[in-house]
Design a protein around this ligand. Structure first.
Ligand code: 6PG
Length: 247
């Protein structure tokens, strides 16, 4: 069983500072080991927290970064709902990541989530040079948020995509969180990552976080995230961590 490492900090600002250090180190290690750093972003509040200090961190070699999306809404890249746009505004426009190393949903396919998911899988495998049959590509670091219902990526409680075992990217057309059509990495894809990092701040999700970390409540998609060989990390503020027994 994956042992999660849980870190909590007095404020969300300190979470952002700690994430800056953590990602700078993860990036340096990955670049040393295999010449690049692959990282997947979620939407919501995560990109702003992650980028707050990282965007000015001159020690990071962003030219070696490959950016992916843990989940994406099926909208155009300029749409206010686009996770790509969000990450671009918060981080990408401030740092020198080559544009062709930002692997995003194909705009031509946003009207067809199933094909958009298949295409994203192909783009991802190509970018990461993965040709191992039946093995998902390995991302160095996947950054995740959670919802109050225990969703992560666009994997929602009670929805069948949570059971997916053979695909690395799937889709949903009835997401309870709008917009309804989305693509998302699957549990097997998440669990092949080298590092998975949950970032939760603000205090309103303390009960959900407890249900996942202490309760391992399998009705909550986020509780299925348990990298088989990689590390699992939680970056929380104290307001969110307050109910955890181990804390
Ligand atoms: C999305 C997200 C989603 C998000 C959580 C947390 O595109 O909707 O990727 O999974 O990470 O809902 O969002 P907040 O940080 O805004 O609460």
């Amino acid at each position: 069983l994956t042992q999660a490492k849980v870190f909590s900090f007095p404020s969300a600002d300190q979470v952002a500072q700690a994430l800056d250090k953590f990602l700078a180190q993860a990036s340096a290690e990955a670049i040393k080991q295999h010449g690049r750093f692959s990282v997947a972003f979620s939407g919501g509040s995560l990109p702003a927290t992650v980028a707050k200090y990282l965007k000015d961190n001159k020690s990071v070699d962003f030219s070696k970064w490959f950016v992916f999306f843990s989940d994406e809404r099926c909208v155009e890249h300029t749409d206010a709902e686009s996770n790509y746009k969000l990450v671009k505004d918060e981080l990408l426009r401030h740092v020198a990541i080559p544009d062709n190393q930002v692997i995003r949903i194909s705009e031509a396919l946003v009207g067809d989530s199933k094909r958009a998911a298949e295409d994203y899988d192909l783009q991802m495998s190509k970018a990461l040079g993965c040709d191992i049959v039946n093995q998902p590509p390995v991302i160095d670091c996947i950054l995740l948020g959670i919802g109050p219902d225990g969703h992560t990526c666009s994997l929602f409680p009670g929805h069948p995509q949570i059971e997916e075992t053979s695909k690395w990217v799937t889709f949903i057309d009835d997401s309870p969180k709008p917009p309804a059509s989305r693509i998302t990495l699957t549990i097997p894809m998440l669990n092949h990552a080298s590092k998975v990092v949950f970032v939760v701040t603000g205090g309103s999700k303390s009960k959900t976080v407890k249900q996942i970390i202490d309760g391992r409540d399998q009705t909550l998609p986020a509780a299925h995230v348990a990298p088989t060989e990689g590390g699992l990390f939680w970056f929380l503020d104290d307001a969110t961590a307050k109910d955890l027994t181990a804390n």
